[in-house]
Design a protein around this ligand. Structure first.
Ligand SMILES: [Zn+2]
Length: 411
C-alpha cells in the first residue's frame, strides 16, 4: 500500500540524517519543508520532498494536505494511564483548600488509586485503560510509556504490567512499560518501610523481570516518599535484572534525586519543577534527558519546570503528559505543547522538538520514531487547515488535528 500526501503546507521535523535527540540552542531549529509531499509505503516513510520534486509515482491513495501541517506523532514518554476509577472527589477537595500532601496524608492520593486498582479485575482494568489509550492516539500520540505504581502489592503491580502488555499487543503504537512499585509506601507498610522496599527488591523486581513485563524501573524520589538512598537500592536491584532507570525527581523538593539518576545512567529524570543550579549542572554532558510535565504543574498549581533556563544551559528537554488520575487527568500532548510555550516560555520549535524526537529518545525510540526521516515509521499528524505550525500552541484548547496515521494507516 502506497499513500501519497501532497500539497503539504508545512512538513515539520524533517531530518535526512536522523538525530537521537536535540539539545540547547539546537532545539530552536525545527527543520521543515514548505509545499511538500510525503510518500508512505506500508508502515514506513518512503520519501518526501518539495512538490516541485514530486517523482512520477503510482499511489494507491492520495491525500491532499493543502493548507495543512504534517508532523510526526507525539511521543509521550511519561504516563500512568493504567488506573482504575478516578479521583474527582480529591479535585474538589483541593479546590476547597486541601493540598496534595494533606490529601495524601488522609489516605487519599496514590493510596486511594491503589485501593481501587487492587479491587478491579484485570479485564476491567484493561477496558478502562484501552479507552484512554484510544483517546490519546486520536489526539496525535503515536508512542507512549506507561508505568505501574497503583498496585503496591506484588499481585496488583503485575496485574498493571500485564494490562500494559495487552495494550501493546492490541494497539499498533510502541507501548513501553515501566515498573514503579516505589510510587508510595502502601498503608500496610506504614510503620515498616524497609519491609516494603525489601518486597520491591526481592519479590516484585524479580517477578517483573521473569515475566519480561517491564523495560524500565522508576522511583518517586521525594520527601515523604522515597529517599535518595532508598532510590539507589531500588535502581541497583533493577539494574541487576536489566531494568533501565527513569525516575520521578524534584517535583516538590530537591533532595539530590537528579544526581542519583545521573549516577545510575537514568534514561530520563522527570518532573523537575524545583531545580537548583547544581541539578542543572549535574545533567550537563550526560545521556540522561530531563522531562517536563507542564500539565501536572497546571493542574496542581505548582511551579513549572524551568525549561527556559535548562535549554539555555545547553540541556535537551522532552515534554510528556504524566496522564494519571491524581495530578494530571489529561493525556493531551497538544495541550502540553501549548502550555510549555505559554507558561514555560519556550518557543513552538523547542516545544515540538521536545514532544517528538526528544520524547522518542526518552523511550529509546529515536531510531524509529520522532522525526520525518526515510525508513522511520509512518506515524503522522495531519492538521486541519491552519495558518502555520505556531498556530497549534497559539490557539490552545482547540483540536487542530484532522487525521492521525499510525503505521501507514489512517486511524
Ligand atoms: Zn508521573
Amino acid at each position: 500500500m502506497k499513500i501519497l500526501i501532497k500539497n503539504i503546507k508545512q512538513l515539520l521535523q524533517v531530518r535526512d540524517n536522523p538525530v537521537q535527540k536535540v539539545s540547547g540552542a539546537d532545539m530552536r531549529s525545527l527543520p521543515l519543508l514548505e509545499d511538500a509531499f510525503l510518500l508512505v509505503e506500508g508502515d514506513r516513510i518512503a520519501d518526501y520532498g518539495k512538490m516541485t520534486d514530486l517523482p512520477d509515482t503510482q499511489a494507491d491513495e492520495v491525500i491532499d494536505a493543502s493548507g495543512r501541517v504534517v508532523l510526526p506523532t507525539w511521543c509521550d514518554s511519561h504516563t500512568h494511564i493504567v488506573y482504575a476509577g478516578n479521583r474527582e472527589q480529591e479535585f474538589v477537595d483541593r479546590i476547597n483548600g486541601l493540598t496534595y500532601e494533606e490529601i495524601a496524608n488522609r489516605g487519599g492520593g496514590i493510596l486511594n488509586s491503589a485501593k481501587k486498582l487492587q479491587d478491579t479485575p484485570e479485564d476491567e482494568l484493561y477496558e478502562q485503560s484501552a479507552k484512554r489509550l484510544e483517546e490519546v492516539i486520536a489526539l496525535g500520540t503515536g508512542a507512549v510509556e506507561i508505568k505501574s505504581g497503583y498496585g503496591l502489592t506484588a499481585d496488583a503491580e503485575l496485574k498493571m504490567l500485564r494490562v500494559v502488555k495487552k495494550l501493546r499487543a492490541h494497539y499498533g503504537i510502541p507501548v513501553k512499560a515501566t515498573f514503579l512499585g516505589a510510587h508510595a509506601i502502601p498503608a500496610a507498610y506504614k510503620s515498616d518501610r524497609e519491609g516494603y522496599i525489601d518486597l520491591i527488591i526481592n519479590e516484585m523486581i524479580p517477578a517483573v523481570a521473569q515475566e519480561g513485563l517491564a523495560e524500565y524501573v522508576d522511583v518517586f524520589c521525594e520527601k515523604g516518599y522515597f529517599t535518595t538512598e532508598e532510590t539507589e537500592a531500588i535502581l541497583e536491584a533493577g539494574k541487576a535484572f536489566g531494568l533501565i532507570p527513569k525516575i520521578h525527581v524534584n517535583q516538590f523538593h530537591a533532595i539530590g534525586g537528579v544526581q542519583t539518576g545521573v549516577k545510575y545512567n537514568a534514561l530520563s529524570v522527570d518532573h523537575l519543577e524545583v531545580m537548583r543550579d547544581e541539578d542543572i549542572e549535574a545533567l550537563k554532558g550526560t545521556e540522561t534527558i530531563p522531562v517536563a510535565l507542564p500539565s501536572c504543574s497546571y493542574f496542581l498549581s505548582i511551579p513549572y519546570t524551568p525549561a527556559r533556563q535548562m535549554i539555555d544551559a545547553g540541556l535537551p528537554l522532552a515534554l510528556a503528559t504524566d496522564y494519571n488520575p491524581g495530578s494530571t487527568p489529561s493525556g493531551n500532548m497538544n495541550f502540553v505543547v501549548a502550555t510549555a510555550c505559554i507558561k514555560m516560555k519556550i518557543t513552538p520549535e523547542e516545544a515540538i522538538n521536545a514532544a517528538t524526537i526528544n520524547g522518542a529518545y526518552a523511550m529509546g525510540l529515536s531510531d524509529t520514531h520522532g522525526s520525518i526521516s526515510r525508513g522511520k515509521k509512518a506515524n503522522l499528524i495531519i492538521t486541519k487547515e491552519v495558518p502555520g505550525y505556531a498556530y497549534l500552541p497559539y490557539a490552545f484548547g482547540s483540536n487542530h488535528i484532522e487525521q492521525v496515521m499510525i503505521n501507514g494507516n489512517i486511524n
